[in-house]
Write a protein that binds this ligand. Sequence first.
Ligand code: NAD
Length: 284
Amino acid sequence: MTVPFKIDLAGRVAVVTGGGGVLCSQMARALAENGAKVAILDIKLEAAESVATALRADGFVAKGFAANVLERESLETAAAAVLAQFGPCDLLLNGAGGNHPKGTTTREWLEESDLNDPSLVTFFDLDPKGIEFVFNLNFLGTLMPSQVFARQMLGRKGCSIINVSSMNAFRPLTKIPAYSGAKAAVSNFTQWLAVHFSKVGIRVNALAPGFFLTNQNHQMLVDEATGAFTERARKIIDHTPMGRFGEAEELIGTLLWLACEPASSFVTGIVVPIDGGFSAYSGV
Ligand code: NAD
């Protein structure tokens, strides 16, 4: 599926964190196809560079940079390299994020008998280190790159930040309290930063993807042995009025709209669900 419109990002510099991953590599491609010079940042340089190499092979301008969104020095080093090679950042897509098994309960709700079963991770067993990992990656991992790259946006027109929130931010999903809370923080921060930056001309918005089958959630959604959808995957589809998982390309239209200053120049502080109707459906 290709988005049936083009926007003009010629000469603009887009920085995509987590750009080596499943969803953000597609978003990086869309930005490159619309003329942006794309800096793909990832903790895994190899993943970032492999996305950039594929883009360059198709004639686009892209480069991979190693950066840990949780280390200020690493971000500053990447920002200096992007500035030197491409110029100042016009668009920051904060895509790095994810969950961790240590922030996840085994069951959806607690039964008293669960406490006698050592094979289960109950609410009482959740490891604060796991919760901290997930909060840091999603929330601080959005805030810190914004601190570093928004400096390059000051005093320039048409710059914006796009964060990646999630369905969990609207209503928490069972089993994943850390990820749900962390993405709620990303949505809240999107609004906060939009207000904070409103006088310096930097728009801040977020995408809230519904359910997309990716590396990040494959284990939870597909039975390794049979390849069939798990009970959780079926439940998601039952609660998605459109009756299917999303395709990564279906994020692109909203991304380009928010990235395109003439198209969304008065839009800031919003979190856009891209979810086949999941957030609108009560299940009845
Ligand atoms: P992914 O795991 O494929 O990609 C995440 C990328 O981030 C990876 O390349 C990883 O190396 C990189 N990364 C991890 N830690 C990092 C760090 N400290 N510094 C820099 N880079 C780091 O995940 P994805 O499914 O493509 O998800 C992308 C974004 O979309 C995430 O924020 C995720 O939470 C969000 N999201 C995904 C879904 C979904 O259904 N997959 C739904 C809603 C939101």
